[in-house]
Design a protein around this ligand. Sequence first.
Ligand code: NAG
Ligand code: NAG
Ligand code: NAG
Length: 505
Amino acid sequence: MTPPMLFLVLLALLSLSTCHAHKEATIRELRIAFNQNRLNSRQLVEFYLGEIKKLNPILKGVLEVNPDALYEADRADRERGANVPRSLVDLHGIPVLLKDSIATKDKLNTTSGSFALLGSIVPRDAGIVSKLRKSGAIILGKATLSEWSNFRSLSTPSGWSPRGGQGKNPYVLSATPCGSSSGPAISVAANMAAVSIGTETDGSILCPASFNSVVGIKPTVGLTSRAGVIPVSPSLDTIGPICRTVSDAVYVLETIVGFDYNDRDATKKASQYIPYGGYTQFLKADGLKGKRIGVVRNPFFVFSNGSNLHQVFENHLQTLRHEGAILIDNLEIKGITTISNATASGEAAVAIAEFKIAINAYLKSLVGSSVRSLTDIIAFNNKFSDLEKIKNFGQDIFLAAEGTNGIGDLEKAAIANMARLTREGYEKMMVENRLDAVVSPRADISPVLAIGGFPAISVPAAYDNKGVPVGICFSGLKGSEPTLIEISYGFEQATNVRKIPTFLP
Ligand SMILES: *[C@@H]1O[C@H](CO)[C@@H](O)[C@H](O)[C@H]1NC(C)=O
Ligand SMILES: *[C@@H]1O[C@H](CO)[C@@H](O)[C@H](O)[C@H]1NC(C)=O
Ligand SMILES: *[C@@H]1O[C@H](CO)[C@@H](O)[C@H](O)[C@H]1NC(C)=O
């Protein structure tokens, strides 16, 4: 199909779906419709399955749909009808789409987009999936991603995997969807699911959220359990929501945080940050009032010549002030050049060494699998090099990881370096200026947050001259989610930038 043809087809699809009553409903709206008997979970799942059938052949955001989704919906409807206590919980009866690296013990595969893991049998649901099921959420399916969460090769395209193909940005089809949690972001942006969950090591929630005009929360490392999630680097990995609105993302966050025996050290430590009464209390329209927000212009407020984004972001800073925030402008993160370079900071050395240990442990934990180690995956990729497109993209990161040998002197020095950069850079700036948060465009600040284990929220902020979405990122120190939610929600309510996908060619 030529691009103009494709555009016409998509316009037709779009107009079909906009007639539908459930277009872009929020969790709050869905719950009201449930309560008033205007909608049930079966109808909702049928709606999303229909949207997936129409849109997914082009967008490739969904990898598998759950054959039991309608069964789970019927059960939710029965429970609601019988007024069982959990049917009052926010996510009860709401369909959730999961990045394909998040394990489910059901008919769905968990493969990180690779054929190497197709047919593997996981021992149990991932920790966050257990929490979702306990709340009565419906597992709608698995979303596409950058294969192995972008950790196979430096050359693999963002949003591409051998199983899922190339995910498309629903605003401008030729633009990147960004990764690695591309499928969750694409799918909620195009309303193929109510809400979704992705993972981030360095930018993998914040960047796709920015590029697909949706909200992404990267939680403090350990706030959400990583157990049962195909790992990259356990000291950096975190699991978080990708949704259309801040409030939807907060409902999901609320459901998935907390202690999990199978990731006990990290989740126990971070559970100190969970506020009494949960996170939804921070969805306050005046959430920006009195917040001290740092503006780090160098190197983040950089836009190409002639871009509308200079002005849009200046206006956003003005809006933040207008809504009662106190902006501390022109701050610097000491060592930012080093921090932004994963080789120089030590992040790359730590990530590849941890990856080898963690992926081997994950593969060993499987009940059934044709690959049991990183060595096996590398051999699989070589054997099925056409299937995995090894000739196009290689597997250089895998090979580098395979060459590591645990956490030795080099890795310990790298860990110490990352800690020092964090202490002398971001933390010092935050503390000295008594900041509640830092504001920056896009996801460019992600390495700072990765090496520090810090949280952030990306909110839709702009569309560039070509119509490609751009997010605004509010980040903070560990455990600052309540404040970041207040700020993000305040910004979202004051600006309301997000619009439905444009499907431009
Ligand atoms: C999981 O993969 C198998 C192939 O091993 C396939 O037959 C099955 O349909 C997949 N499951 C789903 C839910 O798509
Ligand atoms: C951007 O535009 C200004 C003035 O219009 C010019 O001086 C500058 O060299 C340009 N910068 C780049 C990177 O093109
Ligand atoms: C990143 O750091 C490495 C090692 O310190 C250096 O060799 C490399 O040139 C740097 N890359 C960039 C883009 O500055």
